[in-house]
Design a protein around this ligand. Structure first.
Ligand SMILES: [Zn+2]
Length: 235
């Protein structure tokens, strides 16, 4: 076989290896992205619950403060009540005390409801935490595996591309361009003649082409599909 054919076959072999690498791992970046997005969603949902719990607890403290303030005001009014100078003053203070009493009742009720909600949410978060942590560990290990596979793929592709460059430099530019053009259309650009036909498209070749191919000293094209054909001794 002439040297150029050998180089072309070598190039085709490398390209097939590159294609196989893409077939095996080409979707790894998307897979990593999908997995990460999925995990982020879970993480956000869990964090939203924790944020809600923080809000509840903050609101609890606010209510407790408001209750203390109302109670202090009530105490102050009670002291003033004992020093009331007339009926009008007495009635006004009594009304103010009543208002504060009512406010404290309302706030107590609100606080009790909020405490129930806080406990329920705390329980929910506590129950979900081990599941969340398990899922986090699973995600991290899955991501690590996929990332390692992607690193492998990129490493292998870099090696193959480098090999490809070195091999293609050994071809005449015009022949390399022809190969590149054919490779857009076919996976098998360089094919042997089998039973008198191009093994790429199965078109029977003229006897003259076959005779020339036996000389093994020229690059021949299939007149039908344009693939590069060669004689491999198997008529
Ligand atoms: Zn053909």
């Amino acid at each position: 076989m002439i040297e150029e054919l050998r180089i072309l076959e070598e190039l085709q072999g490398i390209d097939n290896e590159i294609d196989a690498l893409y077939t095996d791992g080409g979707n790894l970046p998307e897979e990593i992205e999908r997995l990460t997005a999925q995990w982020r969603e879970k993480q956000e949902a869990f964090k939203a619950k924790q944020d809600r719990l923080d809000e509840y607890e903050k609101e609890q403290r606010r209510l407790e403060r408001e209750i203390v303030e109302a109670q202090n005001a009530m105490e102050k009014f009670n002291k003033q009540l004992s020093r009331a100078r007339n009926n009008k003053e007495y009635r006004v203070l009594e009304q103010q005390i009543n208002d504060k009493e009512f406010l404290v009742l309302e706030l107590d009720e609100e606080l009790a409801k909020l405490k129930d909600k806080t406990i329920a949410l705390k329980d929910e978060i506590e129950a979900e935490t081990p599941v969340f942590e398990q899922e986090q560990a699973a995600f991290e290990s899955q991501l690590k595996t996929l990332q390692a596979q992607l690193d492998d793929l990129e490493g292998n592709l870099a090696i193959k591309r480098d090999e490809r460059n070195r091999v293609s430099l050994r071809l005449k530019k015009s022949l390399f361009r022809k190969y590149e053009r054919l490779r857009q259309a076919y996976n098998n650009v360089v094919v042997p003649i089998q039973r008198g036909a191009c093994s790429g498209c199965n078109m029977t070749l003229p006897p003259q082409t076959i005779a020339v191919s036996k000389g093994q000293d020229r690059i021949l094209d299939c007149i039908n599909c344009g693939r590069i054909i060669y004689w491999d001794g198997d008529y």
